[in-house]
Design a protein. Structure first.
Length: 443
């Protein structure tokens, strides 16, 4: 049985002084000697809170009232803040969010890698709203309410938020969520559409409707009419192996595009391809990666986890040869097409599973002057030991997970002999607790 004091704590609101912020944006304090994570509370604030869940070693709580607010606090702009799991930092001023993220990056580098950069570069920032060009929305028919919900998951829950608007999504879709909900409710197959993928290119926004049952002509007509009315391309994603097809407009091409004007590049992508979520920040990120890597006309460069060539092709404008490595065959094909489209010949691409590397990979038989790494959240632990014999004097690591960046940085520094020269936090995902970062290693 729980001690009485704790049972009481669960029911009664308590006033606490918040000490620090957790990596996911919750206030941290101790209550009766137990660490408590308080939703909606900021460091140095006095809040009235209620414990919502007791775990063996920690408590979870939610803020009922802010008694004395921190200077970093601001009014959240989105009506769904606090419910939707998409953004957890809208109650923090934009400048303070990025300061917090930088602090979190440095702490994690120290904690998981025992490293700290010689220089911390200014954070890369851009627009805070309407920035998101790729997302997956959940769709569910809720029988009890006799309604369709379209949205992201609620905080710490599997339920979908009933979103009316999303202020971080590109406005061509973020402002159309009510129309989208009504559209799905009007379909005969409204119970068999579990998700919608969103992809926004420079001149076109696309919705990819996943459907578990075949859609009759009447539903297809409604989807096409919706696309036409709101100038959105409509794709259908039936159960695989049936291919994804474009429903509307019929006569246009399947791929979207984004331009990288500073490199005279036009990149094509399929709506389900990986693209960096924030197009504006992506351009700043490429600029910074190139500044740090400093490609020269004699350089051979290895771009690991290259995707559709987002860094490979800009690098190729300045280097002798760039080799891009990627796990997904269709992304390698896209990278090759993008190279051809932009008449770039000094690149070669290879498909390889970098989580299961092998000495026999042909591209590991050469030396490289410089290496760029941009792995998924799990990081690049498996391939890092193989970098030892490549003799690169510079490595630029782009990361969407500071914990795995820190772990891998520790390997690069203590096992491979590199120095962590510089690091910066990149505000790729404003208002969310996701942290994107870049680091430069040199030998
Ligand atoms: C963060 S994305 C970066 C893509 C690209 N650099 C860009 O900026 O668009 C990570 C990439 O790693 C690829 N990837 C994931 N797992 C992989 C694996 N085991 N081996 C090789 N590539 C993998 C994904 O397909 C994706 O393209």
């Amino acid at each position: 049985m729980m001690p009485t004091t704790q049972s009481k704590l669960q029911n009664q609101p308590i006033t606490v002084l918040v000490q620090t912020l957790s990596h996911d944006g919750r206030g941290i304090t101790t209550i009766n000697g137990i660490t408590a994570f308080i939703e909606g509370a900021l460091p140095n604030e006095t809040v009235l809170c209620q414990i919502t869940k007791k775990h063996r070693n920690y408590l979870e709580a939610k803020t009922l009232e802010v008694i004395s607010a921190a200077p970093e606090r601001t009014e959240p702009k989105c009506p769904h803040f606090g419910v939707c799991g998409g953004c957890s930092m809208q109650h923090i001023k934009a400048g303070s969010q990025i300061e917090f993220k930088q602090q979190s990056l440095l702490e994690q580098l120290q904690r998981f890698g025992k490293v700290s950069p010689k220089e911390i570069l200014a954070p890369l920032t851009g627009s805070s709203w309407g920035y998101r060009r790729r997302a997956r929305l959940g769709v569910k028919y809720v029988k009890k309410k006799e309604r369709v919900f379209v949205g992201f998951r609620e905080k710490m829950s599997n339920l979908l938020t009933d979103l009316k608007i999303c202020l971080v999504l590109h406005p061509s879709i973020g402002e159309r969520l009510t129309d989208l909900t009504l559209l799905i409710e009007s379909l005969t197959q409204y119970e068999h559409i579990p998700q919608i993928e969103i992809a926004v290119g420079d001149n076109e926004a696309a919705l990819v409707f996943r459907h578990m049952r075949e859609l009759p002509a009447e539903d297809l007509d409604k989807l096409s009419a919706f696309g036409q009315k709101f100038q959105l391309s409509i794709y259908l994603q039936p159960n695989s192996p049936a291919p994804i097809t474009k429903l509307w407009p019929k006569d246009s091409q399947e791929l979207l595009t984004y331009a990288l004007p500073e490199y005279q590049l036009n990149m094509q992508f399929h709506p389900l391809d990986f693209v960096q979520i924030n197009g504006e920040i992506n351009q700043h990120l490429i600029n910074l990666a190139l500044t740090l890597l400093a490609p020269e006309p004699t350089d051979t460069i290895l771009d690991l986890f290259c995707g559709l060539g987002n860094f490979t092709l800009p690098l190729a404008r300045y280097a002798k040869q760039v080799t891009g490595i990627e796990g997904a065959k269709e992304m390698v094909n896209r990278a090759q097409q993008n190279a051809a489209l932009n008449q770039i010949n000094n690149v070669d691409f290879h498909t390889a599973n970098l989580m299961e590397p092998s000495d026999s990979f042909p591209w590991l038989q050469k030396k490289y002057d410089k290496i760029l790494l941009d792995p998924p959240r799990t990081g690049a632990k498996e391939i890092i030991p193989y970098l030892a014999k490549l003799s690169a004097k510079r490595i630029v690591y782009v990361s969407c997970n500071p914990a795995t960046l820190a772990r891998d940085a520790g390997e690069l520094v203590y096992k491979l002999g590199y120095t962590l020269k510089k690091a910066a936090v990149i505000n790729m995902f404003p208002h969310t607790n996701h942290i994107e970062a870049i680091a430069l290693f040199e030998k």
